[in-house]
Design a protein around this ligand. Structure first.
Ligand code: ZN
Length: 202
């Protein structure tokens, strides 16, 4: 049976979610019209609108926040001299969950990839370079995936940071599965990878 015309728009909203195909989106759409009251919908749309209008990226690290700086960048108990470079917020959350890292982060917002059409200019690198040039940081740890894109990106950043000889630059890698995202690594693997990071130069 074809979808009822008035529900097609609702289905297309759910279809935009990752991992949701047409069949699942259709199920969600019918679930909503059958089970949700108008009040539920009003509450959900208020929450969505409120979140979306207040959230933006932290001026320092690029993580999502509702204020100028995220909670990690604001935290005086963290080591602000140490910066862990990650692809995005998902990797940040995976590392943060281990409770093994006490420095701050830097979210790139992607990895350099010809395949995905992401060029170096599109990465969020400005604040990292500013901190390095002002001598505000002493160590940069690259925590990017062991993939061609992760490798190219790490090399690109290392090249930029070579200008600052007092900076220690390292890469984590020990035990991480090749090609996979940090997001999917377990806590023990991330903990070991952080402990056994490889310093390229001092
Ligand atoms: Zn931040």
């Amino acid at each position: 049976m074809k979808d009822l015309p008035f529900i097609e728009e609702l289905i297309s909203v759910f279809e935009k979610l990752p991992g949701v195909g047409h069949k699942t989106a259709t199920r969600y759409a019918y679930y909503v019209i059958e089970k949700y009251s108008l009040e539920d919908i009003e509450k959900a749309s208020d929450i969505l609108l409120n979140t979306m209008s207040h959230i933006h990226k932290c001026h320092e690290c690029g993580m999502f926040t509702t204020s100028d700086l995220c909670d990690i960048c604001k935290d005086p108990s963290r080591d602000h001299q140490k910066v862990l470079v990650v692809k995005d917020y998902k990797d940040l959350i995976s590392i943060e969950r281990t409770g093994q890292y006490n420095g701050v982060y830097h979210c790139l917002g992607g990895l350099i990839s010809a395949y995905d059409g992401i060029s170096p200019e599109e990465l969020n690198l400005e604040q990292l370079e500013r901190k390095a040039s002002k001598g505000e940081i002493s160590e940069v740890i690259m925590a990017l995936s062991l993939s061609p894109a992760g490798d190219i990106t790490a090399s690109f950043i290392e090249k930029i940071l070579r200008k600052y000889p007092n900076l220690t630059v390292s890469r984590i890698g020990y035990g991480l599965p090749a090609g996979s995202d940090l997001e999917y690594a377990d806590e023990l693997t991330i903990k070991r990878a952080l402990e056994y990071r490889v310093i390229n130069r001092k």
